[in-house]
Ligand binder design. Structure first.
Ligand code: 6R9
Length: 674
């Protein structure tokens, strides 16, 4: 369990060899940090310094408007454009011919063990191609400011190009991860009011061609049935797959779409107000309805610029690789916008960490001499099972920073990658943040020129300019070592501006739990501990949200998907610890009267989950058949008790439990599984 690992590792420090002379005393950092958050002026000064490093069509009148909390406004009165920052401004700074993006596709040439497709784009290439797409979107489909397009795409360069193209027009995107089902896609496209979906014919994954267009067609039908018209589907031809279903006029091939747009087509980037919408990204919460997290432009850019420098210490010569999928917030902020606006060479790859070879990642790091690497604990755990020789045969000595994100990192896993990837001479942290925060908020800050010692498994310290606290249920600060709820007590620039078209839910979900002394505090939904030295340890979600292989999914979403199956009357989902994926859904399922449990039904339900929620969540899900699930007398499912059953912990207080046999039932079902 998470708590155990804390005490096991308390007090162990590491300083990477080449940082020995640049070690910041922890107290010294804390004083520095304290100074950046001591009052509003200090916070504004800190962030204003970063804002001054970016390009603005018009500068701000005020750094932070906090007159209507929690609707904070950053860089009020300022105007900029993310596409301009990532392209035009880079060219103006002399990076026209600098490599901006390196992309590798999945298919490999078996004989030479090299990718069949490899594309390199300079900043100028990206600029040209983005302009052409923006031009086509505006002239042919009338895309304009304030409209939201939905993207359902593989990890191909066109995704990044379409992102930058809509930013140029002042429109926004909502990217739906390509592992999601047609239903999930349709619900998100309706919620965003999109009339255009951009997709591909299919994607490559572990040697297989997985159709996307058919899923989009299904989503378009669902939209239509619900009264929402998708006017156009733009399709990138990724795999040359024959027999793709096609509707003339509605469906448009990407290559046809831009064919007649001249190379030198130019779209003047819209001058956008700082708090205009850059994008929305749907994420899971504790109810079945996904939340449309809405991000700004100006504040978002400032938070990214600061963290690219502070956390990743990005310099002109760095080759930077973040292995995330762009469908995840990590890809938005740290594959596309952050790296490009800071003039970095960013790598993007299609496929899987261990396919076609288990050393694919190490091969890529070696071939491009990657210096800064951003990864996930799930992927590291998966790669740890292969023989070390696979790492040793590659020269990884260029790496100097290797951070992780997405879930807690076990100290053992940290040691493994620090030693085997990092030669014990890299700065490495588990950087904590969320879709809602837009930017990394904790870690180590090599960009300051000094680091405090690394402590395996921790999330380091909060970023300068940001106050984070661990509070007990009454809103009082916890003592060092005590578990509590993680809150963010000061606004930060890349913060979400609201939930799309749902300001009340925004207040309710994030700002209503900890309001002691009438202070506004953002509730993260995570459990955390600060240890006696002030290092932060985020332990995991405190609410009904799972992180399956780093992907965020609500138990309520899984339960409502189960209910859509005709044989299911009720279900209760909890997270079960899993060696590779961190956790997987374990679903206690009650069947309709007259329906008997069977291995066939179990398979069918898993297939159903795959279709409704998507393969990542469904593939290792456990379905347990029970007669009933434990509930309170008022009818609330007591997931806490199910969790206790599967982790072998004490049940705790069961006075509100209506029917004690429900726990016995769960125990029986779980025994059967074992
Ligand atoms: C960026 C991202 C957010 C949730 C968050 C927390 C977990 C993320 C973490 C971490 C421990 C880290 N989380 N990073 N937990 N250590 N370094 O993951 O966004 O998908 O919205 O998930 O992920 O539980 O609340 P998102």
């Amino acid at each position: 369990m998470a708590e155990e690992r804390i005490y096991e590792e308390f007090g162990q420090y590491i300083v990477p060899s080449s940082w020995k002379d640049k070690v910041w005393d922890i107290k010294e950092y804390q004083r520095f940090h304290e100074n950046t958050i001591k009052d509003k002026k200090a916070i504004e000064n800190w962030w204003e310094k970063w804002a001054n490093k970016l390009f603005w069509f018009k500068k701000w009148d005020r750094v932070l408007d906090d007159s209507n909390p929690p609707f904070y406004k950053w860089f009020v009165g300022a105007e900029t454009n993310l596409s301009y920052l990532c392209l035009d401004w880079q060219i103006e700074q002399g990076r026209k011919n600098k490599l901006a993006l390196i992309w590798e596709g999945e298919p490999y040439d078996e004989t030479v063990k090299k990718p069949k497709e490899l594309k390199k784009f300079t900043y100028y290439d990206l600029y040209q191609q983005t302009n052409r797409i923006a031009y086509a979107l505006r002239e042919k489909l009338g895309v304009k400011k304030d409209e939201i397009l939905t993207f359902y795409m593989p990890m191909i360069p066109e995704l990044l190009l379409y992102m930058l193209a809509v930013q140029r027009l002042g429109a926004s995107h909502s990217i739906v991860y390509s592992g999601f089902s047609a239903l999930a896609l349709a619900e998100r496209a309706i919620a965003a009011g999109s009339r255009i979906i951009v997709t591909a014919d299919a994607l490559y994954r572990r040697g297989k061609v997985k159709p996307l267009k058919e899923i989009v067609d299904e989503a378009v039908n669902i939209c239509e049935k619900r009264g929402h018209n998708i006017e156009h589907v733009i399709v990138v031809n990724r795999t040359d797959r024959p027999g793709i279903p096609w509707k003339e006029i509605k469906d448009i091939w990407h290559h046809e779409f831009i064919k007649d747009i001249p190379e030198n087509a130019r779209i003047e980037p819209e001058r956008l107000k700082s708090d205009s919408i850059s994008y929305i990204l749907y994420t899971s919460g504790t109810t079945g309805k996904p939340k449309g997290v809405q991000h700004s432009i100006g504040g978002y850019a400032v938070g990214l610029c600061a963290t690219m420098k502070l956390i990743f210490d990005i310099n002109e010569e760095d080759i930077y690789w973040c292995v995330a999928d762009i469908g995840w917030v990590t890809g938005h902020s740290y594959i596309v916008y952050g790296p490009l606006m800071t003039g970095t060479t960013t790598i993007m790859y299609e496929g899987a960490p261990d396919y076609p070879w288990p050393d694919r990642w190490w091969d890529i790091i070696e071939r491009y001499a990657v210096t800064v690497f951003y990864t996930t604990p799930t992927a590291i755990r998966m790669l740890m099972k292969f023989p070390l020789d696979l790492i040793k045969k590659h020269d990884l000595s260029t790496l100097r920073i290797i951070h992780s994100v997405g879930e807690p990192i076990n100290p053992k896993v940290f040691h493994w990658y620090f030693k085997n990837l990092g030669r014990e001479d890299v700065v490495a942290t588990s950087t904590w943040w969320m879709t809602e925060t837009g930017q990394i908020l904790t870690g180590h800050f090599p960009g300051l020129g000094k680091i405090f010692p690394l402590k395996p498994g921790t999330n380091g310290f909060p970023l300068p300019g940001v106050k984070m606290e661990v509070l007990d249920v009454d809103g009082n600060p916890c003592n060092p070592g005590e578990r509590g709820y993680l809150v963010i007590s000061t606004p930060w620039p890349s913060m979400l501006t609201t939930l799309y078209q749902d300001p009340e839910r925004y207040i309710d979900v994030y700002w209503s739990k900890f309001t002691k002394n009438k202070q506004w505090r953002f509730y993260t939904g995570d459990y955390a501990v600060k240890d006696q030295d002030g290092y932060l340890w985020v332990l995991g979600r405190a609410d009904d949200v799972l992180k399956v292989a780093g992907h965020r999914v609500g138990t309520a979403e899984i339960e409502s998907a189960m209910l859509m199956h005709p044989t299911v009357v009720e279900s209760a989902c909890i997270g079960k610890p899993h060696k590779l994926k961190g956790e997987v859904p374990c679903i206690f399922t009650v069947l309709k009267q007259g329906v008997s449990p069977s291995p066939e039904l179990e398979t069918e339900l898993k297939l159903h989950l795959r279709k409704t929620i998507g393969p990542i969540v469904a593939s290792d899900a456990i379905i347990l058949f029970v007669e009933t699930v434990p509930k309170t007398r008022s009818g609330k499912i007591m997931r806490r008790l199910l969790k206790a059953v599967i982790t072998g912990q004490k049940l705790g207080d069961i006075t509100t439990l209506e029917d004690p046999t429900a726990v016995k039932e769960a125990e029986r079902a779980y025994q059967y599984l074992k």
